[in-house]
Write a protein that binds this ligand. Sequence first.
Ligand code: SAM
Length: 234
Amino acid sequence: SIEVVDVRPHERFAGVYVAKFEDGSERLATRNLTPGRRVYGERLIKWRDVEYREWNPYRSKLAAAILNGLKEMPIAEGSHILYLGAASGTTPSHVSDIVGERGLIYSVEFSPRVFREFMEKLVDQGRKNVVPILGDARFPYQYAHYIKGVDVVYIDIAQPAQAKILADNADYFLKKGGHVMLVIKAMSIDVTKEPSETFKQEINVLKERGYEILDTVHLEPYDVAHAMVIARRV
Ligand code: SAM
């Protein structure tokens, strides 16, 4: 396999790294919180006695957003995150690496089958900063007793009315001055590339609920359908 020749911190986001290989190619990576273990078949990269995991932008929309020039990344070392739509844990695993041992990621997933896979991968592998919650993001009161205030609410549930669900969760759990991160269907998949109606509606819901939109990043070519929106409650 091809040799790594350097790993350096990302120029803007602490906890995110850029690995460089002998053929000149570069890849995003995070420092592996559970060395020796993979979550989704990603490449493990050893550099100067530290192990990193390659972060694949075709599998993780947060990686795609970072590569596409995301301006603000509110997830940092020590952050407490509420992650809605954990699936089998691809992006949550990298968030877990970034927030590290002092951080915490409450991860909500409502499909029991997917949740079991998530548990096997992240929790059984010994990631101690992941709190798995089998629950439905539409009903935050159902899991309200598990969660203390968080710095960021992240949502990627591929469902309608995500902005409302996000804001409802933030009402319960988001600390003052906290951020929200929303993955939404962004563009009509046609030649006009006009923002879709859903996109505009979702942005409006956030504004009506008192959020200032800080950044919107489209995810092409990694993901043609979605964008990442970062907002802050004002
Ligand atoms: N965020 C994941 C990642 O990047 O690795 C991928 C998430 S996948 C696109 C969407 C997930 O949201 C699915 O696993 C689905 O079961 C879950 N989901 C959908 N509706 C939900 C809800 N109301 N509450 C919790 N999870 C939900």
